[in-house]
Structures are given as structure tokens and as C-alpha cells.
Design a protein around this ligand. Structure first.
Ligand SMILES: [Zn+2]
Length: 458
């Protein structure tokens, strides 16, 4: 692989500065289109709107059906020996409710104090629109792109991407690329840009224990009929100990230890644990206490009980012996665990400790991780630094879950998160917003990333 000299981005950045107002006006127009995947409002119209924008820029565009809302795929091919970048985003948004909490209507974009307020501005329209404008800028200024581009916009991200894995599997040849860049979510709390290399996976389960065929009087039947709430409490206590270790057999077998690079990156992320504890009114973090803050989120799986239900929970007391008890749980997975593997291990564990308890799985997403020493890390780092004047932080994995494994595992493509939105973007909440300056910086960052990646000859 060869690299050519550092790209000169001054002309590109000047063009973006000179056209900033027009770019902003076009984003505002896009944001006026509701596209609420939860109940389908405006989805078809918005898919065709953004497909037209992509066509106008010069991409070859297809609206591709799935069993749910469609994907929009745009392509621009430059030459076979240039890297191919797959840019992923989503054109759907969260429902805007509660409407009364918005200071300005969610689909009437409004600027206040340097921020643009609208549903979907940060999550994710403002971010992928910035990428599209980066393509437009490069095409206008240079007549071509520095590398091959595939631009994939999903319409169901806000409802959990239910058809993403099968879509990627079915179109694996058309989606082949050398790297994936996802601009979604916020930058670091400090305001500093970040490159994120992974996400944790998640497995949702429900445990259900049954006792008698009806609720019973605890005096007449206590000590005679088994109590399903105790069955669940005993079972759950065999799954995690007081030291914070998950005690399901073989649970940690596939957990990959952190590499030195990852350990170093995690310890370089700024954090004020005292402030976090203060803001949450906590005296200490969860066990095991010796673990670092970001190490907990990036490198370790969890078993969380969302709720235990059964019997009586109303005012006063009711001496009931419940007939059924339910525990809802999620397990956050880290590289290289899989949802299928851990579900099977939970089944075996429950079979051994409480064979009458039934397990229901509500689906899973596998974790995803791209190595920090990927050959694309350095050009992305340089590009972000060139566009923003400051090097980004590197995050080996975020605590939450996204279907990035469809790219890293199904397609085998290194995947990088490069978010543009401010940390207080209020995504999913009323008064969602994006700092206007971050939108412009996103356009510059997008143009810089493609330019630096274009230096590679494969
Ligand atoms: Zn979202």
C-alpha cells in the first residue's frame, strides 16, 4: 500500500465556509420531513426525498426494500485501486412526544443560541447530511471523489434495526467495502471528538417461575406450596456473586482481554468519577471496585436485572403466596461472545439450578470491535485533526449496542464511529439539537476523512 502526500484541504474548507448558509438551509428543509419509524409517518416520502438529494449530488441511487422500511443506497465509483468507504446512517427519527416539552415544534427547525433544534437533527439527519455535503463539496471542487463511496441509509435504526442483519447478509456483495464509517451519537462529554472502534452486544431474556395454579393465602399454604419468587431469587443468586462476578458456567470463556493499545486508550479518556458519583448520589461504583470506569463499559459483560415481578406490590400488605414470578434481564456482551452462545449457557445453567424455570429470549445483537491498530486509524486520526484542529480521543468500545456486527462480522469490514453531534444533543428527548458549528465541522471532517483515505492505493 502506498500513500501520496498530505492532501491540501484549504480550498475545500474555504468552499464549505463560503456555502455554510446554503448548506444550513438545505438541512433545515430535510428536517421539516418527519420520518418516524415507530409508526411509519413520512418514511416513504423521506426515503425518496433523501434519494433525490443523493442523486442531485451525483450518486447512483437505489431505494431497496426490506421486510420493513426501505434502505437507501447511493454509490460513486472512482477507480478499482482506490479504497471503498461505506458511510452508514439512518433517515428515520424517534417519535417527538411529549410535544408540550418542545420550546419550538419538532419539525419546524429553529436556531437558538447557535444550536439548531429539530427532531432528528443530531440523530441522525444532521450527521449524515453533513457527510453528503462533504461528497458534494469534493465533487464540486475536484470533479471527482478521492475514493469509492457507498452511502447506506437505514429507515429502522430507531426501532432496533430489525432487518439490518438479513439485509446486509442478502446484499453482501453490493455492500463490500474496505471500511465503514458511522457518524451517529455524540462526541465525548468534554466536547472533544472521538473515534469509536466497537460496541457491546446485548441479549434480552425473561425468566419465568411457576408455583401453584393460583395465588394462595400465605398462612394457609406458606410452607406447603413452593413460592416462585423465592425460586427466582435463588436462581438469580447463582448467576452473579457479591464480588460482581457472573457465575454462569463458561460465561467468560470467549471474553477477549484488552490489548495494550486498548488499555492505553481507555486510560486516556477523560473522566471525573467523583463528579459522576456526586451527580448520581452514589458512594461507590459497582463491584468489582478495582476496575477502571471505561474498562467496565468497554471490556466487561454485565448481567442486569431490569425487574422482578410477581405477587403483590400495592399499598399496605397482602399476605399472598404468588403463583408466578418473572425476572426481566439483559446481558451486555463483549468481544468475542455471541448472543447464541450466551443464551445456550444460560439455558444450561437454569436447567441445572432451576429446571422448571422457563427462559424466553427477546433477541440479541452481537458485539463488534475493530482493532485500534487498523491501517485506517492513522488516516482517520490525521483527517479529524486537520478538520478540527485537535486530535480525537480513541474509544475501543462503547457501552451501548448497535448492529455494527453486521459490518464487522457478516462482511468482515473494519468499522469506525466518528460522531459529530454535541454531547448534550438531547437525542430521543424533547428539544433535540445540534450546534450549528458542529454541523459545519462535520462537513469538513467528512471531506477530510475521504481525502486522507484517498491517499491509499490498495
Ligand atoms: Zn437514535
Amino acid at each position: 500500500m502506498n500513500t501520496s502526500p498530505t492532501p491540501d484541504l484549504n480550498g475545500i474548507f474555504a468552499y464549505i465556509d463560503n456555502n455554510a448558509q446554503a448548506f444550513l438551509t438545505r438541512l433545515v428543509d430535510y428536517l421539516r420531513h418527519p420520518s418516524i419509524s415507530a409508526y411509519g409517518e413520512g418514511i416513504a416520502e423521506t426515503a425518496s426525498y433523501i434519494a433525490d438529494v443523493m442523486r442531485g449530488i451525483g450518486l447512483a441511487v437505489r431505494i431497496m426494500p426490506t421486510s420493513g422500511w426501505p434502505m437507501v443506497l447511493g454509490e460513486y465509483h472512482v477507480r478499482p485501486d482506490a479504497p471503498t468507504v461505506l458511510l452508514y446512517g439512518h433517515y428515520d427519527v424517534q417519535p417527538p412526544e411529549p410535544l408540550e416539552d418542545w420550546l419550538s415544534p419538532p419539525f419546524e427547525p429553529t436556531i437558538r443560541a447557535g444550536r439548531l433544534y429539530a427532531r432528528g437533527v443530531g440523530d441522525n439527519k444532521g450527521q449524515h447530511f453533513a457527510q453528503l455535503l462533504a461528497l458534494e463539496t469534493l465533487l464540486t471542487c475536484q470533479g471527482t471523489l478521492p475514493c469509492n463511496v457507498k452511502f447506506l441509509l437505514e429507515g429502522e435504526e430507531e426501532v432496533g434495526s430489525p432487518h439490518m442483519p438479513e439485509f446486509v447478509q442478502a446484499h453482501r456483495d453490493e455492500l463490500q467495502a474496505d471500511l465503514v464509517i458511522i457518524s451517529d451519537g455524540p462526541v465525548h462529554e468534554s466536547g472533544q471528538s472521538i473515534i469509536s472502534f466497537g460496541v457491546r452486544g446485548v441479549l434480552d431474556i425473561e425468566l419465568r417461575a411457576r408455583g401453584a395454579n393460583r395465588d394462595l393465602h400465605s398462612g394457609n399454604w406458606g410452607g406447603v406450596a413452593p413460592n416462585p419468587l423465592w425460586t427466582l431469587v435463588h436462581l438469580l443468586s447463582t448467576m452473579k456473586n457479591e464480588r460482581g462476578e457472573i457465575t454462569i458456567d463458561g460465561f467468560y470463556d470467549n471474553v477477549q482481554p484488552l490489548t495494550d493499545l486498548e488499555r492505553h486508550a481507555l486510560s486516556s479518556l477523560p473522566i471525573d468519577i467523583d463528579e459522576i458519583q456526586r451527580s448520581l448520589a452514589l458512594h461507590h461504583l459497582d463491584e468489582p471496585r478495582e476496575r477502571g470506569y471505561f474498562e467496565r463499559l468497554a471490556a466487561w459483560p454485565t448481567l442486569t436485572i431490569h425487574g422482578i415481578h410477581g405477587g403483590y406490590g400495592g399499598p399496605g400488605s397482602k399476605t399472598v403466596l404468588p403463583h408466578e414470578a418473572i425476572a426481566k434481564c439483559d446481558i451486555r456482551l463483549v468481544e468475542a461472545q455471541t448472543g447464541a452462545e450466551i443464551l445456550e449457557k444460560v439455558r444450561v445453567h437454569v436447567q441445572r439450578h432451576a429446571p422448571k424455570v422457563s427462559i424466553t429470549s427477546y433477541g440479541s445483537m452481537d458485539p463488534s470491535k475493530t482493532p485500534l491498530d487498523s491501517r485506517f486509524t492513522e488516516p482517520l486520526l490525521q483527517a479529524i485533526t486537520a478538520a478540527q484542529g485537535r486530535a480525537p480521543l480513541l474509544s475501543p468500545a462503547m457501552g451501548g449496542s448497535l448492529p455494527s456486527y453486521a459490518f464487522t462480522k457478516t462482511l468482515g469490514i473494519p468499522t469506525f464511529g466518528v460522531p459529530y453531534a454535541n454531547a448534550d444533543e438531547a437525542n430521543h428527548a424533547p428539544n433535540e439539537n445540534m450546534e450549528v458549528a458542529r454541523f459545519f465541522m462535520g462537513i469538513k471532517t467528512g471531506a477530510a476523512m475521504l481525502s486522507y483515505l484517498g491517499r491509499f492505493t490498495l
